[in-house]
Design a protein around this ligand. Structure first.
Ligand SMILES: [Zn+2]
Length: 145
């Protein structure tokens, strides 16, 4: 007699990403495949059998055993999301939830340079060339006069 199997499908429940389904054989313990969904501003908080966070809760990659009544039964697990309340900013993005830091100002080409010397040298150089040329002209005029 064929062992009854149950297919678990994973629902992102508002998150993004894709995940394969996973098959469980009757009475055989197996770890849930790792969560592959994410949602900006939220942290993954395991799976629930109810879309609204109700029902049975499973942790990420929890070892579970199912005993389906019928071969081919299906079960949907919904991702549970908790708002990220303690962002860890790194270059304007939260390392944990991917949210953007509203106060972050990226360093850009329009910012004034911190030491400010390379740009003023670029301004002075043409001035030296121009004044040098004017001196040469003045010296020549003096000679011809
Ligand atoms: Zn965050």
């Amino acid at each position: 007699m064929k062992t009854k199997a149950l297919t678990v499908s994973f629902n992102s429940n508002g998150g993004t990403g894709t995940m394969d389904t996973q098959t469980f054989l009757y009475g055989t313990e197996q770890a849930l495949i790792a969560n592959g969904f994410k949602q900006i501003g939220y942290l993954f908080d395991g799976w629930t059998t109810g879309e609204d966070g109700s029902g049975t809760h499973y942790a990420d990659q929890a070892a579970v055993t199912f005993k389906p009544d019928n071969d081919g039964d299906t079960l949907t697990l919904y991702a549970k999301w908790a708002p990220c309340t303690e962002h860890e900013w790194e270059e304007g993005t939260c390392k944990k939830c991917g949210a953007a830091d509203p106060n972050y100002q990226p360093p850009g080409p329009n910012d004034p340079p911190l030491t400010g010397d390379s740009s003023s040298i670029a301004l002075y150089l043409p001035l030296f060339v121009i004044s040098g040329g004017a001196l040469a002209v003045a010296a020549q005029k003096r000679r011809t006069a």
